[in-house]
Design a protein around this ligand. Structure first.
Ligand code: UTP
Length: 409
């Protein structure tokens, strides 16, 4: 893109501020900026102009029924046999969504490279790989692993895995792919400059993971391996059970297109998205989008009506993902602290939120899947999210939970 083309485009879009330092830049920096402008995905304009109301208002939101823990325990042997058979037949792959910025944890580099050990190093990636290898050892086969990164952490993530010998996996069974980026804007809808030669770009949420996997040519790889089910999971839960045979078996047995591990919510304010029905389609409402009335609604037993809180561990049927790929999912607008170029010419992260990011979320794929099995897990055994350094959902709380589960730190 030439300077004139960029100027014309930005004039039309009302984003000329991106060129305000152009004359000060070196030739190389000018090219960096023009390339970045050419690569901007303008879908955010539509999201800003027509924000989707995701509060459930005007929709036919109803509770969903699922598989409670007692029932799972009763049928455990049956489910486990089905799950183990599927894994042994090579029908299951794992997909780690690790493209996030981990801003709340506030460390540089990939969140999975964070050391949660006390007396010896124990990286988040490492602990999750131990959990996965519990299954691969039991089944006597390798479960291929696909890891999503972003421009912000790709090099560091791939280098970290290489340095650590892929945590016991063969290099050929771990494939990395990058997600896409979206611009961040200030409260007037103007794209923020991170440097004089760079607009602020951030990962566009975890919702585009399948499209990114496809763009990277990895769906062919899945087919070549005979994979039929994808277990996607978040990087921050160190008690995450990955490709859990009982969960896989229960999902396959129930005939649905998707299984969703969930904790049974007991506190209305808990920060997890909840499974529900929207008309005849399953859906998830994020905690910050749930109305107070819905969050507090209880049934005749005193249980919360919207009780299946998702923990970002889903099993997706590959053929259904391929069928719905390309269908539109909502773009969520999230207020965040965005690194920006300050008046003194230095790039800094502000103390408080200074703008908006645009994110598609994996939870919104549930609706497209058409059917889902909510699957209750024991919170203390499977849910130790690391979002913050201290307090709720933190390094501290996750360490306590790991210790309770017999992990030496
Ligand atoms: P979070 O919603 O916790 O976001 O991600 P985050 O970026 O890691 O952390 P904060 O909000 O900045 O503190 C849940 C999971 O989704 C992945 C994360 O890596 C994590 O595994 N994710 C999130 C992506 O893969 N891409 C994204 O754009 C966002």
């Amino acid at each position: 893109m030439t300077y004139e083309q960029a100027k014309q485009l930005l004039e039309e879009k009302g984003q000329l501020q991106l060129l305000q330092y152009y004359d000060e830049l070196s030739c190389e920096q000018k090219k960096t900026l023009l390339d970045a402008i050419a690569a901007i995905n303008w879908e955010f304009e539509d999201a800003l102009a027509n924000p989707t109301d995701m509060t459930g208002k005007g929709r036919d939101i109803r509770p969903i029924s699922g598989l409670r823990y007692a029932e799972i325990e009763r049928r455990k042997a049956e489910f486990e046999t089905i799950g183990v058979d599927a894994i042994k037949a090579g029908k299951v792959a794992a997909v780690l969504l690790a493209g996030g910025m981990g801003t709340r944890l506030g460390v540089d580099g990939p969140k999975g490279a964070y050391d949660i050990g006390i007396t010896k190093p124990l990286y988040i990636f490492e602990q999750q790989m131990r959990n996965l290898q519990d299954v691969t050892k039991k089944c006597g086969v390798v479960v291929p692993l696909y890891i999503m990164t972003s421009d912000k952490n790709h090099e560091q993530t791939t280098a970290f895995w290489k340095e650590h010998g892929y945590f016991g996996y063969d290099e050929k069974d771990v494939k990395f792919f990058k997600q896409e980026m979206a611009p961040a804007v200030d409260y007037d809808g103007k794209i923020i400059l991170e440097r004089k030669d760079l607009p602020a770009l951030s990962p566009n949420g975890n919702g585009g993971w399948f499209s990114s996997l496809k763009k990277a040519g990895l769906v062919e790889d899945l087919h070549a391996r005979g994979v039929e089910w994808l277990n996607i999971y978040a990087v921050d839960n160190v008690l995450q059970r990955i490709t859990d045979p009982v969960f896989i078996g229960a999902t396959i047995e129930s005939g649905v297109n998707c299984g969703a591990k969930a904790i049974f919510k007991t506190i209305p304010t808990e920060k997890v998205g909840v499974l529900c029905m929207d008309g005849d389609k399953p859906d998830i409402i994020e905690y910050y989008e749930l109305t107070e009335e819905m969050a507090n609604q209880r049934d005749e037993n005193g249980d919360l009506v919207y009780s299946y809180g998702v923990i970002m561990n889903y099993l997706f049927r590959l053929s259904k993902l391929e069928e719905v790929e390309g269908k539109k999912i909502p773009v969520h607008i999230v207020e965040k602290k965005i690194e920006c170029l300050c008046a003194d010419g230095v790039t800094r992260k502000p103390e408080k939120e200074n703008g908006k990011k645009f994110e598609a979320l994996a939870v919104d794929l549930i609706k497209l899947m058409g059917s889902v099995l909510p699957y209750e897990v024991v919170r203390e055994k499977e849910f130790a999210p690391i979002k913050n350094k201290t307090g709720v959902d933190s390094v501290e709380s996750a360490r306590e939970l790991l210790k309770m589960n017999g992990v030496e730190l």
